[in-house]
Design a protein around this ligand. Structure first.
Ligand code: HEC
Ligand code: HEC
Ligand code: HEC
Ligand code: HEC
Ligand code: HEC
Ligand code: HEC
Length: 504
């Protein structure tokens, strides 16, 4: 047999290394072929094909080199004896059996490793993988997702799309994410808005047809004011969702923004898109353009560079379709309404919110301290209630703990405070980033913040005014003891978080 390589290459160690390297290489090729010939692409395959398998490939190469080095040393030491391959005689029954075992074993090994790789390949695409493999990192997003209206829509449907460009982007960022988790390089919490999210046209619009007319949606909200009696207050409003095109329904209402006939461009002045001083609406049919500027900001008089314009889409309002971290007041109101936190416990609304809003460093610590805080409050201030209603108190504590575990993730520093939700205007500026009554055109047209333009306040019950009903909209009364001037104060000035305010 003629040898192409120097004799030191022919040794069992290098042979084993070569086997390992070629199997890994074969599997990498196999994965690449799968991706090329498969219509549905798997984003995290990069981890397998470009991170894990190459480790085996490189180890194989190192083993080859090590074998050569050892063999070379042996040759030099003089103790060298020419290696001979074993002679296999298939007429010998023992040799035949050994060869059969070897061949069948190798084939099985190959089949199983290909199958295993294929299974791993499938798994990298599952929501379970996305949500749990990087356990603590993605725990908040995964938990919120499972509780969202989109819990049956795969992570990859929104985050990674089809098409070559998204394919490459996903491979690169997928492998980077893997690296950052391995080496603990990720930020806590994961910053938002995320830069390479798929555009709404490609995601949301697959399922929510933009021309669809949504009409109006009735919302009823019950509130408990944080006083001793947890005084109840309520509000019913009709959201004017609207939308559609002229052919499918009246094209006004909130979804006017996404109407096929209109476009809105805006330029935020900060990364989180909380502060918007310049925006323009364009009617695609008539070509009419209106530029709205923040009155107080002389800088917004200049038209920003067109490269900075951001076209408003679904995600500018529905930015948390799958990962909603609720504000504590809202969750406690809801649980009190359902009776899981009994409204008969004095001050329960107030102290439940306080317990949830305290800073804890781990979930475990939170569970212990929430319990002791609530128990000691009643023990110290209402000893009778503490004994008589102990089962109500315990049930309330369990519910508050559940609210905490679902909405706060101290290990990742995630909560409602970090991720603004643009729907509404109570806890975040949301719609009031633009509709604050302070943005106007050169001709003095003000972008309206009339309380009955986006929704009609049909009914409100407050301790001050009792129950008021009107089809054309009631005058809003701020529940509780604090008088609020709707003209000069935004709800988020008091109900919001300072973090989002630019400059903080
Ligand atoms: C219905 C669409 C949708 C689905 C399904 C979805 N996401 Fe998201 N995700 C988004 C949007 C939109 C954002 C950006 C939020 C923003 O800009 O405020 C986001 C943001 C994120 C972020 C950045 C941090 C944050 O909370 O803003 C992570 C991490 C994330 N998603 C992981 C996941 C995982 C893991 C899954 C599956 C378990 C998943 N997503 C499913 C739409 C989705
Ligand atoms: C794979 C299909 C699919 C995709 C993609 C999708 N959705 Fe949905 N969406 C649904 C389904 C199903 C529901 C639930 C409808 C229901 O509960 O009546 C829903 C519900 C909603 C709701 C109503 C939520 C509520 O509280 O009732 C909103 C708002 C919404 N989606 C926005 C979005 C946005 C924004 C995106 C893009 C980031 C998106 N969806 C992507 C299928 C999808
Ligand atoms: C200007 C902000 C804004 C934009 C842009 C926007 N929406 Fe909405 N959308 C709303 C509001 C507000 C509601 C009322 C829902 C509520 O208050 O719960 C709503 C309701 C919905 C609903 C639920 C309707 C129902 O009857 O429950 C769906 C689905 C939806 N939007 C999808 C979309 C999609 C898809 C896009 C992008 C093509 C989009 N929206 C763009 C603000 C917006
Ligand atoms: C980026 C800035 C911006 C944000 C954020 C924004 N809007 Fe608007 N909105 C506009 C502009 C600009 C117009 C069009 C004014 C015009 O051309 O007359 C408009 C128009 C409207 C209209 C009137 C449409 C009609 O029937 O004529 C409604 C209703 C509306 N917005 C509701 C909302 C709601 C609800 C939200 C929050 C979920 C919201 N907007 C968030 C900029 C914004
Ligand atoms: C630009 C549109 C817009 C304008 C103007 C507007 N709202 Fe709203 N409002 C919304 C949206 C969107 C929501 C969120 C509905 C939801 O929770 O799904 C909301 C929610 C509310 C809520 C319920 C808050 C909660 O979650 O408990 C109250 C109360 C309210 N608005 C009062 C007012 C008052 C008072 C004014 C006048 C100063 C006003 N709104 C002006 C769009 C608007
Ligand atoms: C000047 C600060 C301030 C402003 C502005 C303000 N609030 Fe409040 N709000 C409070 C305080 C403080 C409470 C606690 C109750 C009390 O003692 O009055 C409260 C309580 C409430 C409650 C009942 C309790 C709860 O949390 O469920 C609702 C609902 C509410 N506010 C809605 C609004 C809305 C909607 C706006 C905007 C139109 C607004 N608030 C603007 C300070 C403010």
């Amino acid at each position: 047999m003629r040898k192409i390589f120097p004799s030191s290459v022919y040794n069992p160690v290098s042979f084993a290394g070569a086997l390992l390297a070629s199997i890994s290489f074969g599997l990498i090729l196999f994965l690449i072929m799968l991706e090329v010939f498969n219509d549905v692409h798997k984003p995290y395959i990069g981890i397998l094909a470009f991170v894990i398998l190459p480790v085996f490939l490189i180890s194989g190469l190192i083993i080859i080199a090590f074998g050569i080095y050892r063999e070379h040393k042996r040759e030099k030491s003089g103790k060298y004896e020419k290696r001979k391959f074993p002679v296999i005689n298939l007429n010998d029954k023992k040799h035949l059996a050994a060869t059969m075992v070897f061949v069948v074993g190798s084939v099985l090994l190959l089949v199983f490793s290909a199958f295993g790789t294929f299974k791993a390949y499938e798994y990298t695409d599952s929501d379970e993988f996305c949500g749990t493999v990087c356990h603590t990192v993605m725990a908040p997003e995964y938990t919120a997702y499972l509780n969202s209206p989109h819990s049956r829509v795969g992570c990859v449907k929104c985050h990674i799309g089809d098409g070559a460009e998204w394919f490459v982007r996903a491979k690169v960022s997928g492998s980077y994410q893997f690296y950052s988790v391995l080496f603990n390089k990720y930020s806590r919490p994961i910053p938002t808005p995320i830069a390479n999210l798929r555009p709404a046209q490609e995601t949301c619009e697959q399922c929510h047809w933009p021309k669809h007319f949504y009409g109006e949606k009735k919302i009823t909200l019950n509130y408990f004011i944080p006083d001793e009696n947890n005084t109840k207050s309520s509000l019913t409003m009709l959201m004017r969702v609207g939308g559609g095109s002229n052919e499918h329904g009246i094209s006004t209402g909130i979804h006017w923004h996404m109407n096929i006939d209109n476009e809105i461009f805006y330029v935020p002045t900060d990364e989180t898109r909380q502060q918007i001083n310049w925006m323009m609406s364009r009617n695609k049919v008539t070509g009419e353009e209106k530029v709205f500027r923040l009155k107080d900001d002389p800088g917004s008089l200049k038209t920003p560079d067109e490269k900075l314009w951001k076209k408003m889409d679904c995600m500018d309002c529905h930015n948390r379709p799958a990962h909603i971290y609720n504000e504590p007041g809202r969750m406690v109101n809801l649980q009190m309404e359902m009776g899981n936190i009994s409204p008969s416990l004095p001050y329960i609304k107030s102290i439940a919110v306080q317990a949830l809003e305290t800073e804890y460093s781990t979930n475990e610590e939170a569970m212990k301290k929430i319990e002791s805080f609530i128990k000691s409050f009643y023990f110290a201030n209402y000893p009778e209630v503490s004994v008589k209603d102990s089962s109500k108190i315990n049930f309330a504590i369990e519910t508050i703990k559940k609210i905490y575990s679902r909405n706060y993730f101290p290990e990742m520093r995630v909560s409602w405070k970090y991720y603004p939700n643009h729907i509404g205007h109570l806890n975040y500026d949301g719609c009031f980033r633009c509709h604050d009554g302070k943005h106007e055109t050169e001709t003095g047209l003000v972008l309206s913040n009339d309380c009955n333009s986006c929704h009609v306040l049909l009914q409100q019950e407050t301790p001050q005014k009792g129950n008021v009903i009107s089809m054309s909209g009631v005058d809003y009364v701020h529940p509780g003891g604090i008088p609020v001037s709707l003209e000069t104060q935004k709800c988020s000035d008091c109900h919001g978080v300072p973090i989002f305010k630019p400059g903080h």
